[in-house]
Write a protein that binds this ligand. Structure first.
Ligand SMILES: Nc1nc2c(ncn2[C@@H]2O[C@H](COP(=O)(O)OP(=O)(O)OP(=O)(O)O)[C@@H](O)[C@H]2O)c(=O)[nH]1
Ligand SMILES: [Mg+2]
Length: 369
């Protein structure tokens, strides 16, 4: 499951977005007081799962999920340093920076004025500063350890962390570094915040969202208007525009009314759909499906995941006892109408554990217990 953590200055709309993403009402207590975190689950909308469910009429339909973490004023004056210690932030696959671009005299901005480009820059600096602290502490330790025993592994780690520290000192986030393979693995344990992919959610005025045009153009225009363009060209950074408050209100309407309101705003999809899709694109996540009369279910995995690892997403026993994966494409299954028909036409492939799972694959894992 993908884990995303919301960061952003006070009153930028984090909790509003959290509620929009997780349909949290009374069920999950949103974070208000300082230091309080709330964790919620978001169901990933997927028309393919709807179609498969219609085909199998299973007892259960289980969508893929994304976990969101919300913390009050996550990023304000030293707040980011505190994030380094919160497990949900350390373990997040991606950070979602909720950036205030809406104007509302009733909602005070902690810095006194609405300036998204400044806030984006400040957040970046805070993430970098927090990581710099982690890197420096680690280097001190490593130097001490290296005085006792010299191992190639310790030396290599010191070299990599030194490269990181240098980048951070120059004000560069670690996600902009081109680290590979073993070095990337060495860093994973530190859970550097500036190394995580960053999705910027621009929280716009209602009016700014409805100025028509394609969603992509709208985001570009918003990014330009808010001085974010330079910031967004960095590696592993993407943006999406929402109007959290109005979209939350819309999401609580009956579906036909909600669709009509979205259309009025010139939006083809809900805020939930857009933010989730942007997160999947940013992280390069794809979905595969398992189907049957008991359950039709979507699973999400990073692109280029081999079959055995994908099986582990379902259960470690299935990965361990992996024999073969029976694979059919979504289009083939929906086109033929049943697994049996696909089998008759030789469209069900038998794949080994190294097979790279494709987006939309329908998989039946055969395994030994
Ligand atoms: N006008 C307008 N108000 C918004 C929007 N999004 C959020 N708000 C309002 O701004 C206020 C703060 O929103 P929250 O979602 O609580 O902000 P937050 O980032 O969680 O704030 P902290 O938890 O204090 O850090 C609330 O009154 C929201 O209703 C928006 O898009 N437009
Ligand atoms: Mg909040």
């Amino acid at each position: 499951m993908l884990r995303a953590a919301l960061v952003g200055f006070g009153s930028s709309g984090k909790t509003t977005l959290f509620q929009l993403m997780t349909s949290a009402r009374e069920t999950a207590r949103p974070a208000h007081g300082k230091g309080e975190t709330s964790i919620g689950i978001s169901k990933v909308p997927d028309a393919r799962l709807d179609r498969l469910t219609a085909l199998y009429n299973p007892k259960k339909r289980v969508p893929a999920t994304v976990e969101f973490t919300d913390l009050a004023a996550a990023g304000q004056s030293g707040g980011v340093k505190a994030l380094v210690d919160v497990a949900a932030y350390k373990n997040a696959d991606a950070l979602v920076h909720v950036l205030r671009a809406f104007h509302d005299p009733a909602v005070t901005h902690p810095s006194g004025s609405v300036d998204p480009a400044r806030d984006a820059q400040t957040m970046e600096e805070e993430l970098i500063l927090a990581d710099l602290g982690v890197a420096e502490r680690r280097l001190e330790r490593l130097e001490k350890d290296l005085k006792k025993v010299r191992t190639p592994e310790l030396e290599r780690e010191r070299d990599v962390v030194t490269v990181c520290r240098a980048a951070l000192e120059e004000g560069r986030p670690l996600r902009a570094l081109d680290l590979k393979g073993e070095d990337l693995k060495r860093l994973r344990g530190f859970q550097f915040l500036s190394a995580k992919p960053l999705l910027v959610v621009i929280n716009l005025d209602e009016g700014a969202l409805s100025t028509g045009g394609e969603a992509a153009t709208r985001i570009e225009r918003a990014a330009e208007a808010t001085g974010l363009t330079k910031f967004l060209t960095r590696a592993a950074t993407a943006a999406v525009a929402v109007c959290a408050k109005i979209e939350l209100e819309i999401s609580r309407l009956e579906p036909p009314d909600a669709a009509a309101f979205l259309a009025d705003l010139g939006l083809a999809e809900s805020g939930l759909d857009r933010v989730i899709r942007a997160s999947y694109d940013l992280l390069g996540y794809i979905s595969f499906f398992t189907v049957g009369e008991d359950e039709c279910r979507a699973w999400s995995i990073p692109r280029a995941t081999p079959a055995q690892l994908a099986a582990g997403e379902i259960h470690s026993d299935i990965a361990r006892g992996f024999i073969r994966a029976e694979v059919v494409t979504y289009d083939a299954l929906v086109g033929r109408g049943s697994m049996a028909a696909c089998r008759d036409r030789g469209e069900v492939r038998l794949e080994g554990k190294e097979y790279v799972v494709e987006d939309g694959d329908i998989i039946n894992f055969r395994f030994a217990t």
